[in-house]
Design a protein around this ligand. Structure first.
Ligand SMILES: Nc1ncnc2c1ncn2[C@@H]1O[C@H](COP(=O)(O)OP(=O)(O)OP(=O)(O)O)[C@@H](O)[C@H]1O
Ligand SMILES: [Mg+2]
Length: 267
């Protein structure tokens, strides 16, 4: 292997230093029961440092979305721990989870989740409206300019293309400068030029502003924008690559496919 997996992310015997925006220890998520039982996450331990850009990769059904949802407080945890900063999410009340998501997390959903009755601009600023915070106008303008929505701000989601809806979803997640931005394939519906603009913007927000970004992607080129790529298979972390490049990620994916480590975990 041309890289080494960092060892510190799995050692639960030492207290974590400050500096992790989010972390999981033995995080397990089981859906259903009996014959419909699916172990979507099977004891995942991983930590995301502040001010870094991490790509989460892995075959369809490997647990990428589930990991993001559990770590963002959007889904409950079956066992283990998920922390946002120092806050343990396992056991938090729904009310506390809602507050935490609103105040500390930006999330770009795989299916966008825009409000159909609001136009693009109102969708983008909605979370801040709910949290009662005023948008930083200069930042908001920069976000909107980068995602390329200038002439579509008054359109509702149904009047936008899939790619345009995705840009609204990205802008919404970044607008309030949350502690951590999770993106579930945030450029999956964009052509390569629009995708590159958003990926470049995400990377700059990390480098220049210290934003923390965790992004699921299937695309080795997108992963090449990140500082680190974490690979999931069958609900487990199977590799951890610092400074990924598109070439090395592609090579890794081919090697994994050859080993046959793909497909959902059914128990
Ligand atoms: N709400 C649910 N109920 C039951 N099973 C679920 C649910 N959500 C996910 N799963 C199962 O958990 C496993 C992991 O799903 P997940 O959506 O996290 O995969 P993924 O890696 O994001 O895949 P993709 O790349 O296709 O988006 C899959 O086997 C899936 O069928
Ligand atoms: Mg998914």
């Amino acid at each position: 292997m041309s890289y080494q997996a960092p060892a510190q992310h799995t050692d639960s015997t030492h207290p974590r230093p400050h500096g992790f925006a989010a972390s999981a220890e033995g995080l397990t998520k089981v859906y259903g029961s009996d014959e419909t039982r699916v172990v979507a996450l099977d004891g995942v331990s991983v930590a995301f440092e502040r001010g870094r850009f991490t790509a989460i990769m892995g075959p369809s059904g490997s647990g990428k979305s589930t990991l993001m949802h559990c770590m963002a407080g959007l889904d409950s945890i079956s066992a283990g721990s998920a922390r946002l900063g120092d806050t343990e999410l396992n056991g938090l009340s729904d009310k506390k989870l809602t507050q935490l998501r609103r105040d500390r997390v930006g999330f770009v959903f795989q299916t966008f989740n825009l409000l159909p009755t609001l136009n693009a601009l109102d969708n983008i600023t909605l979370p801040m409206g709910i949290a009662g915070t005023k948008p930083d106008r200069a930042w908001l303008d920069q976000v909107i300019a980068t995602v390329g929505l200038g002439k579509r701000l008054k359109h509702r989601p149904a009047q936008l293309s899939g790619g345009q809806q995705q840009r609204v979803a990205v802008a919404r997640a970044l607008a309030g400068r949350p502690e951590i931005v999770f993106g579930d394939e945030p450029t999956g519906n964009l052509d390569s030029r629009a995708g590159a603009e958003i990926l470049g913007f995400l990377r700059n927000s990390v480098r220049e502003l210290g934003q923390t970004v965790v992004m699921v992607t299937h695309d080795p080129v997108a992963a090449g924008y990140a500082d680190r790529a974490v690979f999931l298979a069958d609900g487990r972390v199977v590799d951890d690559m610092p400074a990924p490049t598109a070439e090395r990620v592609l090579e890794h994916m081919k090697r994994y496919d050859a080993k046959g480590h793909s497909g959902p975990t059914g128990v």
